[in-house]
Design a protein around this ligand. Structure first.
Ligand SMILES: NC(=O)c1ccc[n+]([C@@H]2O[C@H](COP(=O)([O-])OP(=O)(O)OC[C@H]3O[C@@H](n4cnc5c(N)ncnc54)[C@H](OP(=O)(O)O)[C@@H]3O)[C@@H](O)[C@H]2O)c1
Length: 286
C-alpha cells in the first residue's frame, strides 16, 4: 500500500465498476472516488455497494445529483424535491453517507430571465446545504461542465459550496477557463477545494495527443514522461486546481498518472499559452 495521494480522484463516469479497479486504486494510495446518481445507467451507487461495499469505508466518496431517469433518456432538473429524493436514495443505495455531493451541471436547467435562473440555482444550492445539515452528506459542491452562465448569477445571497469541480486541461477553451476562475473567486473557494475533471476530455486516444506535445508545458521534462502524463500534469494548472478527477479502470494507467505528479508544470509557458488562447478571441491579458 502506497502513501495516499489526495491529488488524484478516481472518476467512475466510464468505469466498468469492477472490484479490481477499487482494490488496485487502494493499493496505489488512491483513496478518493467520484461517481454520480446517473452513472452506469442510474445504478452506480447500488453497483458500488454490491461489488465493493466492504471497500467503501476506505474511500472518501463524492457523487452528484441533477440528472434523473426519464422515458427516453436522462433529464436534468434543479427541482428541490427531486434533488432531495435523489440524495435520500443515494444514502440508501450506497449504504453510507457520501462525503461530498455535487450539484451536477446546474447550467443545464437555468432559464432566462436572470432572476429566475438565480432563484432556481439558489433553491438547488439551499437543498444541498440542508442535506448537509440533515446528515445526508458530509459537504456539498458544484460540478459544472460549462460554468459560463454561472458567475453572473452568484451573489452573497446564494449558499456557498465547499468544493467546485470544473473541466481542466489543454482541451478547455479560454472562455470556460476564465468562467471557472471567476466562479471560484466569487464564491471564494480555496484553490485546494477546486477540483479539475476529465483531463483528457474523456478520450485518451484522441489523435490530438499525437500531434501536440504537452511535454513543452512541463519544467525539466525528461524522456520518461509521456504526452498523456504531461497533459495530465498540465491540467492541474488549467485552471489552478488541487485535485483532478480522472477515469481509468487500468492500474498501469493509474500508476502512470501517479508518476506524472512528480513533474511540475511550466508556469511561464502556460501563461504564454493562455495569452495565445486569449489572442485568438481578440482580447488582451488581464
Ligand atoms: N460534469 C461533470 O460533473 C463531469 C463531467 C465529466 C467528467 N467528470 C468527472 O471526471 C472524471 C473523469 O472524466 P472522464 O472519464 O470523462 O475523462 P478523462 O479522465 O479525461 O478520460 C478517461 C479516459 O482516459 C483513459 N486514461 C486514463 N489514464 C490513462 C493513461 N495513463 N493512459 C491511457 N489512457 C488513460 C481511460 O481509459 P482506461 O480505463 O483504459 O485507462 C479513460 O477512457 C469522471 O469520472 C467524473 O468523475 C465530471
Amino acid at each position: 500500500m502506497h502513501e495516499p495521494d489526495p491529488r488524484i480522484v478516481l472518476g467512475l463516469h466510464r468505469s466498468r465498476y469492477e472490484r479490481r479497479t477499487l482494490t488496485s486504486a487502494l493499493d496505489l494510495g488512491i483513496t478518493a472516488i467520484d461517481t454520480s446518481f446517473n452513472y452506469q445507467g442510474f445504478t452506480a451507487h447500488a453497483t458500488l455497494a454490491d461489488v465493493a461495499g466492504d471497500l467503501l469505508p476506505h474511500f472518501t466518496l463524492s457523487t452528484k445529483v441533477g440528472f434523473f431517469p426519464a422515458a427516453s433518456q436522462a433529464e436534468h432538473s434543479l427541482d428541490p424535491a427531486r434533488l432531495r429524493a435523489a440524495l435520500e436514495q443515494t444514502n440508501r443505495d450506497l449504504g453510507r453517507e457520501p462525503d461530498l455531493v455535487f450539484l451536477h451541471n446546474p447550467e443545464r436547467s437555468l432559464r432566462s430571465p436572470a432572476a429566475a435562473a438565480r432563484d432556481a440555482l439558489g433553491q438547488a444550492c439551499a437543498t444541498l446545504a440542508a442535506a448537509v445539515e440533515d446528515g445526508l452528506c458530509g459537504a456539498w459542491g458544484i460540478s459544472t461542465w460549462d460554468p459560463r452562465p454561472l458567475p453572473g448569477l452568484v451573489d452573497a445571497t446564494l449558499p456557498r459550496p465547499a468544493v467546485l469541480m470544473v473541466s481542466a486541461g489543454l482541451l478547455v477553451g479560454i472562455d470556460v477557463l476564465e468562467a471557472s476562475e471567476a466562479l471560484s473567486a466569487q464564491w471564494d473557494v480555496a484553490p485546494d477545494q477546486i477540483w479539475g475533471m476529465s483531463p483528457f476530455g474523456g478520450d485518451a486516444d484522441n489523435p490530438l495527443w499525437g500531434r501536440l506535445d504537452p511535454c513543452i508545458f512541463i519544467s525539466e521534462a525528461d524522456d520518461a514522461i509521456s504526452a498523456l502524463q504531461a497533459a495530465f500534469r498540465t491540467a492541474f494548472s488549467l485552471p489552478e486546481v488541487g485535485r483532478i478527477a480522472v477515469g481509468t479502470d487500468n492500474p498501469t494507467h493509474l500508476q502512470q498518472l501517479i508518476d506524472a505528479l512528480r513533474y511540475e508544470p511550466d508556469a511561464d509557458r502556460l501563461r504564454t499559452y493562455r495569452q495565445i488562447l486569449r489572442d485568438r478571441t481578440g482580447r488582451q491579458a488581464d
